[in-house]
Ligand binder design. Structure first.
Ligand SMILES: Nc1ncnc2c1ncn2[C@@H]1O[C@H](COP(=O)(O)OP(=O)(O)OP(=O)(O)O)[C@@H](O)[C@H]1O
Length: 591
């Protein structure tokens, strides 16, 4: 029940539908009680005394009751359906909003397939239960209540004897629920493992095919599919153990009724019509009991799903704006970035960056150079407040970023990542992603600066060309140029190029950077690059090794010192003839 208590904000607002659905259902159930009474009347007052006069009226009454009951059932289903759809709609939107709110640390470990199954299959199970299942469970209670009262008023002794098996039935049903619930929880988990396998396979299809690992993927999927199947068989086994027992207990009541009821008719304590009415009433109670297993199944599935959706909704958000956070005003931001003795480690890991300090006044260009895993991207992530820094301080325009509204901080920064993600939309929409109000002129201007305009114009539909997921159909360099245009359109105060030109040739890189120079006047830029050529003009180059700054300065002074920078320089320029303005540099030597 805890699950449904926590879900209350999502369904209680729709209480008018809940009450309307319950009311119509109760009316339909109550109308169902008219049949046994009509039967009794028919036998005792029509057939026995051979008095056929009321038969036409009786037939009309049956037609009327059946129609009204059907209409009430329809209304109950109609309101229930509305309720289920609205609750699922709210939950879906809340889950999606939560996914947007969750910060980077959550996504470091999240599995796409698992999240997808929470937002689809689990929400569907909740919708089914809240919309229809709940009404069915309630119907069972109403039938037992109404039917029980009617039987008691007819012959309370026979009622008590007949219903003696019912408590056992209820007890077994509760035991069944306890056993089947964990099985359903595991089943949902197994389903989400399976979805994850499918999703990863589709996303990584190029890698799978290029390594010819299709059979491995099939095996991986088969294992997960088998896990799901095992869980289903497990649930079916529990079902098979309990269901015959529940059936048997239900039938015991019928047998008892026939024995004791028959005796009471012989003793003339009961009329024949009453026994027949009793017989139909007992089915009125036992009928829904057949379905109790199904309803319990429905309930436990939705409970397991509710737990999974709530787990997402209650997920801790690592990075969020503090109360009274300062909102940066785009027109007044200067883009002065400062790192002071920043040390940071990812959860359960050695520090990724250690004691990082630098000052980047507005308009400066900071270059970051270092081997794989040396901490370059981490510095950028920290600047974006993707993770909470506990040691040291990062400030923008003198304000500690922990005090800044996260959204407004990130709005000042535009990043071009190493890997470009393009949405399944037109090139125009992809470029305008950071600023949906951008005009076509602005989009084209950004594309021209990013050297993307020419190849876009060569595409059959130009800027309206649709790019598939992950930008299928475009080369790596073309995708990167679109990403650069997307960053430029934002007109950011802080621009981050995280190995942004790695996929374009040297000549294009040079052209793009010439474009940047014009655009970046007065803005702070961070360039992560492996090519010295990209960093040469930086105001300060930070050379990183294992998270520490091991060298810093301008290109000209760094190549005059022995150290990693000059080593990289020598490797990259080894085959190039020496120019007059460059010193002859021996590895490890001095100029
Ligand atoms: N999301 C993460 N969770 C845990 N550890 C991480 C995460 N991202 C990076 N790391 C670790 O932090 C260290 C620094 O990584 P970082 O990505 O900053 O290096 P990098 O210099 O940008 O490398 P590359 O040039 O390969 O992109 C590495 O040891 C890496 O394994």
């Amino acid at each position: 029940m805890e699950v449904f208590r926590q879900l209350k904000p999502y369904y209680w607002v729709e209480r008018k539908f809940i009450f309307a659905s319950i009311l119509c259902l109760a009316a339909a159930t109550a109308l169902g009680l008219v049949y046994p009474n009509l039967l009794r009347y028919l036998i005792d007052d029509v057939v026995k005394p051979q008095n056929w006069e009321p038969v036409p009226l009786l037939s009309l009454a049956v037609v009327f009751v059946v129609s009204l009951k059907g209409f009430m059932n329809f209304l109950s289903g109609f309101f229930g359906g509305r309720l289920g759809n609205r609750v699922a709609y709210r939950l879906r939107n809340a889950s999606y909003a939560k996914l947007q709110e969750l910060s980077y640390p959550y996504y470091d470990t999240a599995k796409t397939g698992d999240l997808m199954s929470r937002l689809t299959a689990d929400l569907e199970a909740i919708r089914q239960f809240i919309g229809f299942g709940f009404a069915q469970v309630l119907n069972v209670f109403l039938m037992i209540l109404f039917g029980g009262i009617m039987m008691l008023t007819m012959d309370w002794q026979l009622t008590l004897v007949t219903l003696v098996a019912i408590p056992f039935l209820a007890f077994t049903a509760v035991r069944f629920e306890k056993n089947i619930h964990p099985a359903f929880r595991e089943m949902r988990q197994a389903l989400s493992h399976m979805t994850t396998a499918v999703q990863e396979n589709i996303t990584g299809v190029r890698t799978v095919k290029s390594f010819a690992r299709e059979s491995h993927e099939v095996e991986k999927f088969s294992a997960r599919s088998a896990e799901y199947q095992t869980n289903q068989v497990g649930a079916a086994t529990i079902w098979a153990r309990y269901f015959p027992l529940m059936e048997l207990l239900a039938n015991v009541s019928v047998v008892i009724l026939l024995i004791f009821g028959g005796m009471r008719v012989i003793d003339q304590h009961l009329t024949l019509g009453e026994l027949v009415a009793f017989f139909s009433l007992i089915w009125y109670i036992i009928g829904p009991m057949w379905g109790i297993g199904f309803h319990i199944n429905n309930y436990t599935q939705s409970k397991a799903s509710g737990e999974r959706v709530l787990e997402l909704l209650n997920q801790f958000v690592h990075v969020k704006s503090v109360p009274d956070a300062v909102v940066l005003d785009k027109d007044h931001v200067k883009g002065h970035v400062r790192f002071e003795n920043v040390t940071f480690n990812y959860a359960d890991k050695e520090p990724a960056v250690v004691d990082i300090s630098f000052d980047a006044p507005p308009g400066t260009v900071i270059g970051l150079l270092g081997g794989t895993g040396s901490g370059k991207s981490t510095i950028i992530q920290l600047l974006m407040h993707a993770y909470n820094v506990k040691q040291g301080k990062i400030s923008v325009d003198g304000l500690d970023i922990r005090q800044l509204d996260v959204h407004s901080l990130r709005s000042q920064i535009a990043t071009v990542f190493q890997e470009t993600f393009l949405f399944s939309a037109s090139i125009r929409d992809n470029i305008a992603y950071a600023d949906k109000d951008a005009t076509i002129e602005e989009i084209e201007r950004a594309a021209k600066l990013a050297k993307a305009h020419d190849f876009i114009m060569e595409l059959p539909l130009g800027y309206d060309t649709l790019v598939g997921e992950r930008g299928m159909g475009l080369s790596g360099g073309q995708k990167q140029r679109i990403a650069i245009a997307r960053a430029l359109i934002r007109n950011p105060h802080i621009l981050v190029l995280d190995d942004a030109t790695s996929a374009v040739d040297m000549e294009t890189e040079h052209e793009i950077q010439a474009g940047f120079k014009e655009l970046m006047k007065g803005r702070t830029t961070f360039i992560i690059a492996h090519r010295i050529s990209s960093l040469k003009d930086a105001d300060e180059i930070l050379v990183l090794d294992k998270g520490r700054i091991v060298q810093r300065g301008k290109h000209a002074s760094l190549i005059r010192q022995s150290g990693p920078y000059r080593d990289v320089y020598n490797i990259q320029y080894a085959d190039r003839p020496q120019q007059d303005d460059e010193p002859a540099l021996g590895k490890g030597g001095t100029a």
